[in-house]
Design a protein around this ligand. Structure first.
Ligand SMILES: [Zn+2]
Length: 471
């Protein structure tokens, strides 16, 4: 997600010294796991920040969603076919799901089942033994309803599937809110594969996360063969216009714009191939089979997997557009390919995306990063004072600037210590070795120390835990 507007640090101040070059030495090999044949298996954990969301006893492997949107009378009708695994024995199947929907039918492995939506959960009366794999069928209908965002950000908006006055749909759902449009294990440690089919009226389009498939009649298909966390799925419906670009090595890029003012942003969006190339030069191949952006009437922007969800207003100014698009694209390596297992470690997403945004902005002027560091340190002190350190985010202050800027400064210290070659190789290896998984601070620290042959534990911990700016 993009940073809140209030304390963006993009000021370029006085010139300073550049990091000293570091001698190069061989780097240890990294085992890159091939996730192209992933079956969606994850290692779900309970969320310490938002414990009401997610069920660590279940691991969803695959979501098959067949949705139909009727703008009048604003009804979403859905059938979710959810293949899941019981991590431990459970007396009932329990997933997050909005009470805005009425359940039309439930089944478990094809047999009719009973259940209900209660306290934000779909509860199905069917026990599972540890290790059991089953297919849950849920048919439902209703008018989507958002949930409040637990934050004080200036651009705060409700979370989840939003219906516009014209009957369009769009969603942003970090840290949760996927469960406003389908039953979900709505917590980032449970990644799953997806097949999404959305039927819309004539002349309308449906856009979702994943690789676009053929559109037939009024039905649009999207498929995620790389595991996706629920907060990284997206859905938008409206009278969209499609623009297709080609990125590096033939990467398909699809842009979806809705209005004349959206179309005015196509110049900014047309630079996506350049941003992909910039990131690939440092971190290796773009991690998925396609990318793109769908414009929505939001004040924010979100790194939804393979199809970024971008608030049209944030692209108005071309410099901001460049920062935001680079940021959301960087998340595809840092946040999407590998993401945090709990919201305690949202810094792991936002630190990288914020730092890469700054490196890109600095361009070939190395002194620009020194100027950024001075301004950022000053802001860091205030953020820690107001919001606490980035490793301990407050539940009511989701995605405030402390989880962006403070860990970006930590990565800056790592880069100064390692030099460009080793720092970019570290980032590339971190993302590639963990693609398709969710990780935490301990895994990151272990990886950094192993990869570099040095002990950065106290440096990383200080930047994540200290109530004041580390010296
Ligand atoms: Zn972000």
């Amino acid at each position: 997600m993009r940073r809140a507007l209030a304390t963006m640090v993009t000021v370029l101040l006085l010139a300073g010294c550049t990091p000293a070059p570091v001698e190069s030495r061989p780097l240890p090999a990294v085992t890159v796991q091939d996730r192209t044949n992933s079956d969606g298996t994850s290692a779900p954990v309970a969320d310490p920040i938002y414990p009401a969301y997610g069920n660590p006893s279940l691991d969803v492997l695959h979501y098959g969603l067949a949705l139909t949107w009727a703008p009048q009378p604003r009804t979403l009708t859905g059938t979710a076919t959810i293949r899941l695994r019981a991590v431990s024995a459970v007396p009932q199947i329990r997933l997050d799901f909005s009470a805005a929907y009425g359940i039309q039918s439930l089944s478990v492995d094809g047999a009719a089942a009973t259940g209900r939506i209660t306290d934000g959960d779909l509860v199905v009366d069917h026990p599972l033994a540890a290790g059991a794999v089953t297919t849950l069928g849920v048919s439902y209908a209703g008018t989507p309803a958002t949930v409040p965002m637990p934050s004080h950000r200036g651009d705060v908006e409700p979370l989840g599937l939003t219906v516009t006055p014209d009957g369009d749909l769009w969603t942003m759902q970090e840290p949760y809110g996927a469960s406003t449009w389908y039953p979900a294990n709505d917590q980032p440690s449970d990644k799953a594969l997806y097949d999404i089919a959305v039927t819309v009226p004539d002349g309308w389009s449906a856009i979702a996360s994943g690789t676009p498939g053929p559109a037939s009649g009024g039905t649009f298909h999207y498929s995620s063969t790389y595991p996706v966390a629920s907060y990284l799925t997206t859905l938008a419906v409206g009278r969209y216009t499609k623009t297709e670009l080609t990125g590096p090595h033939g990467l398909p890029i699809t842009l979806w714009t809705r209005t004349a003012s959206d179309a005015a942003t196509l110049d900014s969006l047309g630079r996506l191939p350049e941003y992909v190339q910039w990131l690939e030069d440092r971190f290796g191949p773009y991690p998925f089979p396609s990318t793109g952006a769908v414009l929505v009437p939001s004040a924010s922007a979100m790194e939804t997997q393979q199809m970024m969800t971008i608030g049209a207003p944030v692209l108005k100014d071309s410099a901001t557009a460049s920062d935001v698009l680079l940021h959301e694209l960087a998340h595809q390596w840092f946040g999407d390919a590998v993401g945090p297992s709990t919201w305690q470690d949202v810094w792991l997403n936002e630190g990288w995306a914020t730092y890469l945004e700054q490196l890109h902005r600095a361009g070939s002027d190395p002194a620009a990063m020194d100027r950024w560091e001075r301004a950022a340190r000053s802001a860091d002190a205030d953020l820690r004072h107001r919001l606490g350190p980035p490793g301990h985010p407050k539940a009511d202050s989701f995605a405030e600037n402390n989880v962006y800027l403070c860990p970006a400064l930590m990565l800056h210290q790592l880069r100064k210590a390692l030099g460009d070659r080793e720092f970019f190789a570290l980032g590339r290896a971190w993302s590639a070795a963990h693609t398709g998984t969710a990780q935490d601070r301990a895994a990151f620290v272990t990886f950094v120390n192993h990869r570099t042959g040095r002990d950065f534990t106290s440096l990383i911990d200080a930047w994540l835990d200290s109530p004041t700016t580390p010296s």
